[in-house]
Design a protein around this ligand. Structure first.
Ligand SMILES: [Zn+2]
Length: 198
């Protein structure tokens, strides 16, 4: 266990631990007819691997809209995302663009803790964005999550296996994310200019 750090507060619930490096393929209950990759659950065992997201908790968070920091359900009235640090723009078949996000949401309070405690987020200095009415459309991915290639090599050939999920948002949230990113870029430039020696 990491000294003095608490799972669900300083260490996000969604982070994978070194003691959780066991994987199996099983029938998916979320996506009937498909297989899914399931990861051993032993949070707190070994060391937290901050760069690695736990495969099974990532899907649970995206499917059930659980807070990726504390692991508890989020209500529509208190559901936030980090628009700069997470997700990306996806071009759809009709040429329109939607924001897709594979990081589960957070509560407002949890986002505030993360914005100061998380080294990556505090460095970015970004403002969390509240998702108003759009919960996004849940989409599953059967391509191999980067970093799990060694596991993919041992999986049954010719069968689709669900690795991860993301949510694809409509025009309103997409526009808000675009605006938040522009605002963040301008604020970052201004901060850097102010920090330059004259
Ligand atoms: Zn939370």
């Amino acid at each position: 266990m990491a000294e003095g750090r608490r799972i669900g507060i300083d260490i996000p619930w969604s982070v994978a631990w070194s003691g959780e490096q066991g994987f199996r393929v099983q029938p998916s209950t979320d996506f009937p007819g498909l297989l899914e990759l399931d990861q051993r659950q032993a949070p707190g065992v070994g060391k937290p691997l901050f760069a690695a997201v736990h495969v099974t908790r990532q899907r649970r968070g995206m499917i059930d809209l659980l807070c990726h920091i504390c692991g508890q359900p989020t209500e529509a009235s208190d559901r936030w995302v980090f628009p700069v640090a997470s997700g990306g723009f996806v071009t759809l078949h009709d040429g329109s663009v939607g924001w897709g996000c594979n990081v589960p949401p957070t509560h407002g309070d949890c986002a505030r803790v993360a914005a100061t405690e998380c080294p990556h987020l505090s460095h970015l200095a970004e403002t969390p964005l509240k998702l108003a009415d759009d919960a996004g459309r849940l989409i599953h991915r059967t391509d191999v999550t980067p970093g799990l290639e060694h596991i993919a090599a041992e999986m049954p050939a010719g069968r689709e296996v669900v690795f991860s999920c993301y949510r694809l948002y409509g025009p309103a949230v997409t526009a808000e994310v675009e605006r938040a990113r522009v605002d963040w870029e301008q604020a970052t430039k201004a901060r850097r200019a102010a920090a330059q020696p004259r």
